[in-house]
Design a protein around this ligand. Structure first.
Ligand code: HEC
Ligand code: HEC
Ligand code: HEC
Ligand code: HEC
Ligand code: HEC
Ligand code: HEC
Length: 339
C-alpha cells in the first residue's frame, strides 16, 4: 500500500492539483470504509503477546451461556488457528473480537482491558444458518422438552483446544465431536448407532466423510423427524441421502435398520400387546411383524434363547457328569473299605 502511494506521488509530483485531488479521494476512501488493516491492529500485534508465555497465561472464565467455569489458555496456537475454518489470509482477530477494533494497543497498559465481549457469530456473519437452526423445529422441540441451555453455535463448532479454532466440515475431530454432541441428548439413538456398522466403523477411529455420522443422515441445522416428507430420511429423500455413499440404493436397501434397538423394551411390549389382541385385532400383529425393529427384537430373543439353551444344556451336562464321577469315586472307596 505504502509503495503504491509513493509511486503515485512520484508520478503526480509535477502536478500539484491532481496530487491534492488524489489525496483527498484517498482520505475519503479511508474514512468511508474505515479499513481495519490501515488504522487498527494487524494480527501480528495481537500475536506478539498471545504467543508469548511471558505475556499471557491461563485465565478462569465463566461461560456466559452455560454458566460453567472454564479454565482457558490465553496462548493462541497459531497452527491450529490457521488450520481452522477462519484461519485464512482474510481473517483478522478484530473481525471477531470487535471490541478491540480501534483500541490503541501501544497506549493501553498491559495490552487491553481484561474482559472482552463474547464473540458474536450471528449478527454480522452467520445470520442465515442461525435462522435455519434457531427457528427450526429441532430447537422448538428442545424448548418444549425444557432443555436449558439450547446448544449454541460455539457448543457444536468448537475446536479441540479453543472455541476459537472453528473446525472445517471435514475435520476428523469435529466429526467425532458431532456424534458425541448429538449423543449427549439422544443416548438411546447414540448407543443404537454404535450397534450398527456405521457407528462401529466411526468408533474404530475412521471418521472420514465417506462414513455416516448423525448429520450425514439427519441433516445439519434443519433436523426433522424421519417420517416428515421434508426430512433427509423421509420416504422421498432417503434413497438420495443413502445414495450419496451407497450408489444403487433402492427401496429395499433403505429398509436397513439404522438404529437397532433390541434393548428397547417398548418394542417387546408392543409385540406382546399385539399377541394378546391377536383374536380381537389380527391386523395389529400383521403390521407389527412388518416393522424391521420388531423383526430384529424377535431375532434377538431367538438368538439369546438358543444361546441360553446351549449353555444350560452344556452346564447341566457338566454338572451331572461331575456329580456322577464323585458318586462313582465314593462307591469305589466304600467297596474297598468293605473289603
Ligand atoms: C500487551 C499484550 C497483549 C496484546 C498486544 C493483546 N493482548 Fe489480548 N490479552 C492479553 C492478556 C494479558 C490477556 C488476559 C487478560 C486477563 O487475564 O484477564 C488477554 C486476553 C485476551 C482475550 C480474552 C479476553 C476474555 O474476555 O477472556 C482475547 C479474546 C484477546 N486477549 C484478544 C486479543 C486481540 C484480538 C488482540 C489484538 C487486537 C490482543 N488480544 C492483543 C494481552 C495482550
Ligand atoms: C472467526 C472469529 C475469530 C477470529 C478471527 C479470532 N478469534 Fe479469538 N476467539 C473467538 C471465539 C469464538 C473465542 C471464544 C471466546 C468467545 O466466545 O468469545 C475466542 C477466544 C480467544 C481468546 C481467549 C481464549 C479462549 O480459548 O477462549 C484469545 C486470547 C483469542 N481468541 C485471541 C485471538 C487472536 C490473537 C486472534 C487473531 C490471530 C483471534 N483470536 C481471532 C473467535 C475468533
Ligand atoms: C447441534 C449442533 C449445531 C449447532 C448448535 C449449530 N451447528 Fe452449525 N453445523 C453443525 C454441523 C454438524 C454442521 C456440518 C459440518 C460443518 O460444516 O461443520 C454445521 C454446519 C455449519 C456451517 C457450514 C455449512 C453452512 O450451512 O453454511 C455454518 C456456517 C454453521 N454451521 C454455522 C452455525 C451457526 C452460526 C450456529 C449458531 C446459530 C450453528 N451453526 C449452530 C452443527 C451445529
Ligand atoms: C441439547 C439437546 C439436544 C441436542 C444436542 C440434539 N438434540 Fe435432537 N432433539 C432433542 C430433543 C429434546 C428432541 C425432541 C424429543 C426427542 O425426540 O427426544 C430432539 C429431536 C430430534 C429428532 C427428531 C425430530 C422430530 O421432529 O421428531 C432428531 C432426528 C434429532 N433430534 C437428531 C439430532 C441430531 C442429529 C443431533 C446432532 C446434530 C441432535 N439431535 C442434537 C434434543 C437435542
Ligand atoms: C445411516 C443413517 C443414520 C445415522 C448415521 C444416524 N441415524 Fe438416526 N435415524 C436414521 C433413520 C433411518 C431413522 C428412522 C428409523 C429409526 O428410528 O430407526 C433414525 C431415527 C432417529 C431418531 C428418532 C426420530 C426420527 O427422526 O425418526 C433420532 C432421535 C435419531 N435417529 C438420532 C440419531 C443420532 C443422535 C445419531 C448419531 C449418534 C444418528 N441418529 C445417526 C438414520 C440414521
Ligand atoms: C456418509 C456416507 C454414508 C451414508 C450417508 C450412509 N452410509 Fe451406509 N455405509 C457407509 C460405509 C462407508 C459403510 C461400510 C462400508 C461398506 O459399504 O461396506 C456403510 C455400510 C452400510 C451397510 C452395511 C452393508 C454393506 O454395504 O456392507 C448398510 C446396510 C448401510 N450402510 C445402509 C445405509 C443406509 C440405509 C443409509 C441411509 C439411511 C446409509 N447407509 C447411509 C457410508 C454411508
Amino acid at each position: 500500500m505504502v509503495s503504491l502511494l509513493k509511486t503515485f506521488l512520484e508520478v503526480y509530483d509535477h502536478n500539484k492539483i491532481s496530487k491534492v485531488i488524489f489525496l483527498s479521494f484517498l482520505l475519503l476512501f479511508i474514512s468511508t470504509f474505515s479499513s481495519k488493516n490501515l488504522f487498527a491492529q494487524e494480527n501480528s500485534e495481537c500475536l506478539e503477546c498471545h504467543t508469548d508465555p511471558e505475556e499471557v497465561d491461563i485465565k478462569v472464565r465463566v461461560d456466559p451461556v452455560t454458566g460453567d467455569v472454564e479454565i482457558v489458555s490465553m496462548l493462541v496456537d497459531e497452527e491450529a488457528f490457521h488450520a481452522s475454518a477462519h484461519g485464512g489470509e482474510d481473517f483478522y482477530c478484530i473481525d471477531c473480537h470487535a471490541d478491540l477494533e480501534d483500541v490503541d494497543l501501544e497506549e493501553t497498559e498491559g495490552g487491553h482491558y481484561p474482559n472482552l465481549q463474547p464473540v458474536d457469530c450471528i449478527t454480522f456473519c452467520h445470520d442465515d444458518p442461525a435462522e435455519e437452526y434457531l427457528e427450526g423445529s429441532h430447537v422448538q422441540l428442545m424448548r418444549e422438552n425444557d432443555i436449558e441451555p439450547i446448544p449454541t453455535c460455539k457448543h457444536c463448532h468448537a475446536g479441540e483446544k479453543s472455541k476459537r479454532d472453528t473446525p472445517k466440515a471435514d475435520d476428523l475431530y469435529h466429526r467425532k465431536d458431532t456424534i458425541e454432541k448429538c449423543g449427549e441428548c439422544h443416548i438411546e439413538y447414540f448407543h443404537s448407532y454404535r450397534n450398527n456398522l456405521h457407528g462401529q466403523i466411526t468408533a474404530l477411529g475412521h471418521l472420514d466423510t465417506d462414513i455416516a455420522t448423525c448429520v450425514d443422515c439427519h441433516g445439519q441445522h434443519t433436523i426433522l423427524n424421519s417420517s416428515d416428507p421434508e426430512s433427509t430420511l423421509g420416504p422421498e429423500n432417503a434413497i438420495e441421502t443413502c445414495g450419496n455413499c451407497h450408489p444403487g440404493a433402492n427401496d429395499s436397501f433403505i429398509k436397513h435398520v439404522a438404529h437397532p434397538q433390541y434393548k428397547n423394551l417398548g418394542y417387546y411390549k408392543s409385540a406382546l400387546v399385539a399377541l394378546k389382541n391377536i383374536r380381537k385385532d389380527p391386523g395389529q400383529i400383521e403390521s407389527i411383524v412388518k416393522s424391521p425393529q420388531i423383526i430384529l427384537t424377535i431375532l434377538f430373543v431367538i438368538y439369546i434363547g438358543l444361546l441360553l439353551m446351549t449353555f444350560t444344556q452344556f452346564g447341566a451336562h457338566t454338572l451331572l457328569s461331575w456329580l456322577g464321577t464323585i458318586l462313582d469315586e465314593r462307591k469305589g472307596k466304600e467297596s474297598e473299605h468293605d473289603k
